[in-house]
Structure formats: C-alpha cells, structure tokens
Design a protein around this ligand. Structure first.
Ligand code: MG
Length: 277
C-alpha cells in the first residue's frame, strides 16, 4: 500500500487528509481517500495505518496538483549517523563499531515542496538524502531472532538537513540537526519495497538537477534489522515514529534558491528548495 497526506480545501476550510496512491502512466496519483490513523490503543495494535474510505468527496488527482503534507506524525525522529562507509570517510570519521544515534524534533518536519529555511545562525547548510523507516506498531527490546518487519509500516524519502558548522562546533547535534524545516519527508509512505528482505533500494540526491549522491541500502554498515534492535534496546518506538537510516557519500553545502531532490527507488521524489532566513 502507498499513501500520501495532503491539505484538502473543503467548503473554504483546509483539512489534512490521507489518500491511497497509485502509479498512472508513470506518475503518482492520489486515487482514494483514506481515514486518518486513530491514535488510540486499537490503532496501535493494528499498526495505525490509514484506512480507505468512501465517505469523503474525492476526485483522483496527480500528486503534483496537491498541497502535500509530511505523511508521518512521529512522536520522535531517531536518526542514524554514519551508516555508509564512504560517507564516514568523506567527513574524516572512522567507521563506527556501533550505530550512532541522534534525535531530530518533530518540529523540524516539512512536507514535499516546502521551503527549507537556512538559519542566520549557520554559515554552512548541507543536504543529506536518506531512506526513512516508518514504524507501524509499538516495539521495545526486539529479540535477536525476531523478525522486525511486522513493526515496519513502510518507507519514505527523508532529507536530514544539517547545519554542518553548528554540528561540528557543538558536542551534541541537537542544534545542528534540529532547526525548523530541517526534516523534509515524503511524498508517500509505501510498504511495497522490502529492503529488510535482501531487496536493496537506491538512494539518490540531485542538487539543481545534478546528481550528487547515490548509494544502495545494501551498503549499510548496520542493516535495518540491527538498527531497530539497537534503538529498541534503549527506547520504545511508537506507531508513526520515523527512523532516517543515514546518508551515502556526496553531501554538500547549499545556497539560497537551490533546489534539492531526494529519490528512493519505489518511494517517489521528495523535492524542496532552500531560502535564507
Ligand atoms: Mg543523516
């Protein structure tokens, strides 16, 4: 299943809605309205997945004609740093022996097409294209032999935007990674790729139309199952939580007006632009 979240104009009121997404003639279309996932106990048991509904007036449209919103509402965003050898090397870091985790606040979320604000506090802002895991069911201390896939709702494109100078000057990454708009995500959540089960996918990033990053999830230092076991050895993951899994080599600085596209095969293209504060 693939779905998006968008802003629907209904009788002069803007409402967030979900829709089922299908491919038509090579383009992604919103084809069927969906009810929002309920944040109650039943939804947690069922995985908090939006459910198709016919009760809302709806006309199928290409995603390019919708005002898209982040398709996730995470209680937390748990990021993985340095999960590709070539990216660790390009910033002069050793390959980690354990996953390196940090948090981005949910206030950093931004939808497809939104403008990433380059804070006046920073002199260097970088893009980082990544595969994001969307959690589907509460999990804690996932066992060493347990299949992690029942806990995964799907996958999504993420841009782990970083104020590189502030990340380097602070011993914690909270400021450098945590500015508002520093977590673009979308356009769709899909469970139709399965990088856990030996079907790797490709993460690519274009800056103003020029390919800058391209990496395969087959090259992860820590595979998805190991990451989820490691994270849940520390904290409970809730349905909707977002796990950006690290960026391949080729990160770089941006300028106001730059256009950035993150593509994960099977998940559409996440496009945003940068503007000075
Ligand atoms: Mg990153």
């Amino acid at each position: 299943m693939r779905y998006c979240k968008y802003l629907s104009n209904e009788n002069g009121t803007s409402l967030p809605r979900y829709a089922l997404v299908e491919k038509r003639d090579g383009e992604l279309w919103a084809t069927l309205p969906m009810q929002a996932p309920q944040e109650d106990l039943t939804a947690r048991i069922l995985g908090g997945v939006p459910v198709p509904t016919l009760s809302i007036n709806f006309e199928p449209k290409p995603l390019s004609e919708l005002k898209l919103l982040p398709p996730v509402m995470p209680s937390k965003i748990v990021c993985v740093g340095r999960n590709y050898r070539d990216h660790a090397a390009e910033l002069g870091n050793d390959v980690p022996t354990e996953p390196l985790l940090f948090l981005k606040p949910p206030s950093s979320l931004l939808g497809p097409g939104g403008t990433i604000c380059m804070p006046a506090l920073s002199k260097r802002v970088d893009y980082e294209g990544e595969l994001g895991i969307v959690i589907g069911r509460r999990c804690y201390k996932i066992g060493p032999d347990e299949d992690v896939r029942p806990y995964i709702r799907g996958y999504v494109c993420v841009n782990d935007v970083t104020a590189r100078d502030i990340q380097k000057s602070d011993s914690q990454w909270t400021r450098g990674k945590g500015f508002d708009t520093f977590c673009p995500v979308g356009p769709i959540v899909s469970d139709e790729i399965d990088p856990v089960a030996g079907a790797p996918t490709t993460v690519s990033t274009w800056l103003n139309g020029t390919l800058k990053q391209q990496g395969s999830t087959a090259d992860f230092i820590f595979p998805i199952a190991d990451l989820l076991r490691y994270i849940t050895s520390v904290m409970t993951l809730e349905a909707g939580d977002l796990i950006p899994t690290g960026t391949p080599a080729g990160v770089g600085a941006v300028q106001p007006g730059d256009r950035i596209q993150v593509k994960v095969d099977g998940l559409g293209i996440l496009e945003n632009q940068f503007a000075a504060e």
